[in-house]
Design a protein around this ligand. Structure first.
Ligand SMILES: [Zn+2]
Length: 163
């Protein structure tokens, strides 16, 4: 970000106590921190916590995690509950933060959570957003999730910290 997103003034670096040099707008007299999107992705577990839900989207056969963007004003936890309900029709009973990673391609900070849902019933699946959803055993999920993906790194981290 080179110019102020409010007034278009060229930003200059200014010392902010405890933060170092931060882009600053003289016009607005405001620091302009970098802007990025925030999204959540979910390792969805069945009630017995021995299966993990993977989905396929956008016409590809890659198995990935349920995910979505956090709305402005919304907590990440709430976004987890909302996105799981919207995409799968399932209700989140409990959730726990797992790991985060910045995804440069979409300028998005991805926050990954594990969550346990109330049922394995996939009748409420969103046909608009999901092509296919399937419950996998924990080992099968690790084998079948899209290789070299952010989703796979999140899942492996989750499985390692569980063990
Ligand atoms: Zn400005």
């Amino acid at each position: 970000m080179k110019y102020c997103y409010e007034c278009g003034t060229l930003l200059e670096l200014k010392e902010l106590e405890g933060e170092g040099l931060i882009p600053y707008c003289k016009g607005c007299e405001q620091y302009r921190f970098p802007i990025f999107s925030t999204a959540v992705s979910m390792i969805v577990e069945n009630p017995s916590q021995n299966k993990i839900l993977l989905i396929q989207q956008y016409g590809t056969e890659n198995n990935v995690l349920v995910a979505g963007y956090v709305n402005k004003g919304e907590s990440a936890e709430n976004a987890v509950i909302r996105e799981v309900r919207e995409e799968t029709g399932l209700t989140v009973q409990s959730l726990r933060f797992n790991k985060s990673e910045y995804f440069p391609k979409t300028n998005t900070l991805m926050l990954n959570f594990s969550c346990v849902v109330d049922s394995e019933n996939l009748d409420g699946l969103s046909e608009k957003e999901i092509d296919k959803a399937q419950w996998f055993s924990v080992d099968e999920a690790a084998e079948n999730i899209m290789p070299n993906s952010l989703a796979k790194r999140f899942l492996l981290n989750f499985l390692n910290t569980e063990a």
